[in-house]
Design a protein around this ligand. Structure first.
Ligand code: SAM
Length: 209
């Protein structure tokens, strides 16, 4: 629970990921959420304003970082939908199986300790036919870019508190037994200057079959 990971990094992340490009993509992602919704890796709550009361009956958010939960706390009172916040990690969700219509994951699969276990948990808690909505930066399809992503990953893991530049998250979702709907945005870049090369974004919806 160091000063960097619990105080400085949450602040930095809000600055870096508050970019209008990212906010527009968060809005698009969350617009697909319906019914009983779970969001994993809620961070400081940047997606919260985009949940639609007309479509979402309740929102449960999970986040293991105390620093993130502290930053999110003030926004919870302004939630447009009924919300409960559970301080835990996605690898071990304290919920019954088959209870959520939608699970949302925004720029989080890159950072979880065990992505296979998180996806297994997402699958377990979703109802059959439920949707997993994800927005992630991923391993590029381009070999030159991949080389840089692998090279810089050890540094990114330190600076980004466990964030990986080189996770093929969309492929991992498919491998976890979901049926991918056509992805609305693949290999879309965000961030600035040279960082663009390192962070192609994928946004998708996957059905729990
Ligand atoms: C890059 S931030 C994104 C936060 C937020 N989703 C957003 O869009 O701003 C990644 C988040 O994943 C959280 N995280 C890290 N490991 C996790 C885990 N095992 N389960 C759930 N969330 C985790 C981090 O604490 C952090 O809040």
């Amino acid at each position: 629970m160091g000063l960097y990971s619990e105080t400085i990094f949450p602040w930095l992340l809000d600055k870096a990921l508050g970019h209008p490009n990212i906010m527009a993509r968060r809005r698009a992602l969350v617009s697909g959420a319906v019914g009983e919704v779970l969001e994993i890796g809620f961070g400081s709550g940047a997606t919260l304003p985009f949940y639609d009361r007309a479509k979402v009956s309740s929102l449960t958010v999970v986040e293991p970082s105390q620093g993130m939960n502290r930053r999110a706390a003030a926004g919870l009172a302004q939630s447009p939908v009924p919300i409960r916040s559970v301080p835990c990690a996605g690898e071990q969700l304290p919920f019954e199986g088959g209870v959520f219509d939608t699970v949302v994951c925004c720029l989080t699969l890159c950072s979880v300790r065990d992505v296979g276990q998180v996806l297994a948990e997402v699958r377990r808690v979703l109802k059959a036919g439920g949707k997993f909505l994800f927005l992630e930066h991923v391993l590029s399809d381009d070999p030159d870019r991949q080389r840089w992503q692998h090279r810089l990953n050890p540094i990114q893991k330190i600076v980004g508190v466990g964030c990986n530049l080189n996770r093929p998250s969309a492929h991992l979702v498919q491998a976890a037994g979901f049926q991918l709907e056509p992805l609305p945005a693949q290999e879309v870049e965000y961030a600035f200057g040279a960082l663009k090369t390192l962070t192609p974004l994928v946004m998708g919806a996957a059905i729990r079959v």
